[in-house]
Design a protein around this ligand. Structure first.
Ligand code: WQD
Length: 355
């Protein structure tokens, strides 16, 4: 049994032990940093299927505290029980990031996505009450809204039929959490619906590490800027938007990580009004692809070669958050400018290429 890791000699500064599944991933690693810097003792659980263990070393370089790390697949319930729940005493809550998250891949491999994303959550929800772990923060996505009828989108907007198996797993998982708690489970949950997470830690020690050719915009953009890719394809400029390109709400990954810390605090300090609360985590500002390219060039001084091509199947036209509920109830607000966020993404790309 691993006792509380009292890295702060003054133990009342240790605010408790938090398990972070997917903690070596993009958003997970940034959240581990913020948790540690807020005084929490962190156990990372990750199967390293889409990340690597060096991230644990780099987190330790940033915070001076090495988080515990267990290479565990959340699909393996018995192994997760022995290596996490029964091994670490006093787990206060879980932040569940671990999931497959590539929209396009989910269309090609739906069963992999349904098994991985849904069974993992079910395993965790079944184990939590057995070890008196009654708090979970769940990583969801604005994808659950599809193309909202009203913008900016609020948490009570209708959940539309998902455009991909990936988006469907997020909707199904939110329902699984709701139904579990309605059934009388002692679990309390906060569901965070992310908009588009981008950027990297200001130290450039952690950031987004896509496998192979990036599907999402920012890694492809910075790889183009540094010369790995020839030019960025802008998927369509014939949408019903001011400049014709799609609009999204790009949220700085460190700001997003901080939303998880305040959510943990809310659960542990028993401040929740409902046993399940949902929050949109976005800036509230819609930015088009072409506007984002201009902001990147302004903030880095790097010219970006791009061309306009046809629309990408499955893309929605425009979405951005109404973040008022998170601002007022969670006391969280996005703080980092788009330009500073894009600069952090560029600095990270330079570091990845040892420039
Ligand atoms: C953003 C915009 C593209 C690439 C997805 C998931 C969402 C979340 C974030 C996990 C769109 C355009 C992109 C390119 C482009 N993932 N684009 N050229 O699709 O908004 O959201 O990732 O939680 O759940 O759905 O993100 O970065 O792929 O696209 O023009 O090479 O950039 O058309 O308008 P998306 P994205």
């Amino acid at each position: 049994m691993v006792q509380e890791n009292y890295h702060n000699m003054d133990s009342n500064k240790n605010r408790g032990r938090i398990v972070v599944t997917g903690g070596t991933g993009f958003i997970g690693s940034h959240t581990v940093v913020e948790l540690q810097q807020s005084g929490y003792d962190v156990v990372i659980v990750d199967n390293l299927s889409n990340s690597n263990a060096d991230v644990v070393d780099n987190i330790a370089k940033i915070t001076g505290i090495r988080p515990s790390f267990e290479q565990v697949d959340c699909l393996d319930k018995e192994f997760m029980e022995s290596r996490v729940f029964s091994k670490y005493s006093g787990i206060k809550a879980i932040i569940h990031f671990a999931a497959s998250k590539a929209v396009g891949e989910s269309v090609q491999k739906p069963l992999l996505y349904y098994r991985n994303n849904i069974v993992s959550l079910v395993n965790i929800l079944e184990l939590m009450p057995k070890y008196n772990v009654n708090g979970i923060v769940f990583s969801s996505s604005c994808t659950v809204y599809g193309q909202p009828d009203i913008l900016p989108v609020t948490e009570d907007a209708p959940i539309k039929k998902a455009e991909s198996p990936y988006g469907n797993t997020k909707q199904i998982n939110e329902e699984i959490i709701q139904d579990t708690i309605k059934s009388g489970s002692p679990i309390n949950a906060i569901i965070l619906r992310y908009f588009n997470p981008i950027g990297a830690h200001p130290t450039a020690l952690i950031g987004e590490m896509p496998n192979g050719v990036p599907m999402n915009l920012i890694p492809y953009l910075t790889q183009t800027a540094i010369g790995i890719r020839k030019e960025l394809s802008v998927f369509g400029d014939d949408y019903d938007t001011p400049d014709g390109s799609c609009i999204r709400d790009y949220i700085n990954v460190v700001d997003l990580a901080k939303a998880h810390v305040v959510s943990i605090e809310r659960i542990l300090e028993d401040k929740q009004l409902e046993s399940v609360e949902e929050f949109n985590i976005g800036t509230g500002v819609g930015v088009s692809v072409l506007q984002l390219i201009n902001a990147f060039e302004r903030s880095t001084g790097v010219k970006l070669p791009y061309k306009i091509v046809g629309r990408r199947a499955g893309d929605i036209e425009k979405v951005w958050a109404n973040p008022l509920k998170a601002n007022t109830v969670l006391g969280w607000k996005a703080e980092t400018s788009l330009e500073d966020t894009l600069k952090s993404a560029w600095d990270w790309q330079l570091k990845l290429n040892n420039k």
